[in-house]
Design a protein around this ligand. Sequence first.
Ligand code: PRP
Length: 214
Amino acid sequence: MKDKVTFALAKGRLAEKSVDILEKCGVDCRHILEPSRKLVMMDKSGKYEFIFVKPSDVPIYVEHGVADIGVVGKDTLLEEDRDVYELIDLGFAKCRLCLAGYKDTDLSKPKNSLRVATKYVNVAKDYFDAKGQNVEIIPLHGSIELGPIVGLSDIILDIVESGKTLQENNLCVLEEIVHCSARLITNKVSLKTKAETIKPLVNKIDAIIKSQNQ
Ligand code: PRP
């Protein structure tokens, strides 16, 4: 279909909340949440295509124009730093990027370099560079909280949502870096070439989010 618009979504909560909003905009797409291994699905009208990707890959698909629109956490956007438009703060999937560790951890560690385990390697580098502090960044892909527990790192840089993972592992927030939530992003070229479809949809989503915030 000409002017088909492709969404990059990550399965799970981000996709569920995105579908709720899209349904309110008149996009009939609830069926894409049904359990399935399909990676590409269409809405009922055939105007919108959905591709299911890893959360951290959403900005990559959108930057390359394979997807026109994506829904992604601000934490991922900060880490990926892709050339996309960040149009709307969707307000869900709220969390905080934090430094965390044992309560009495000395964050300054003037003599030895502080060891920081994280999935957010670029965020960590930028954060400590801005502070002028030399740290050793240890990249991990999950279960980040294990870092200080097993002595792999002094602290972690990770997202904190409910705080339960930290609490259950006797760790705590040492410093808050930034508040994050889901964002609607678009490909820069698509916003011009598919403006007739994308702009009205973006305006509807914006109006829904604003009315929810009132
Ligand atoms: C994320 C994050 C924390 C946890 C925070 O992990 O890395 O471990 O959620 O959530 P909480 O504050 O509500 O406890 P995720 O569940 O994505 O798993 P992972 O360990 O594979 O990264």
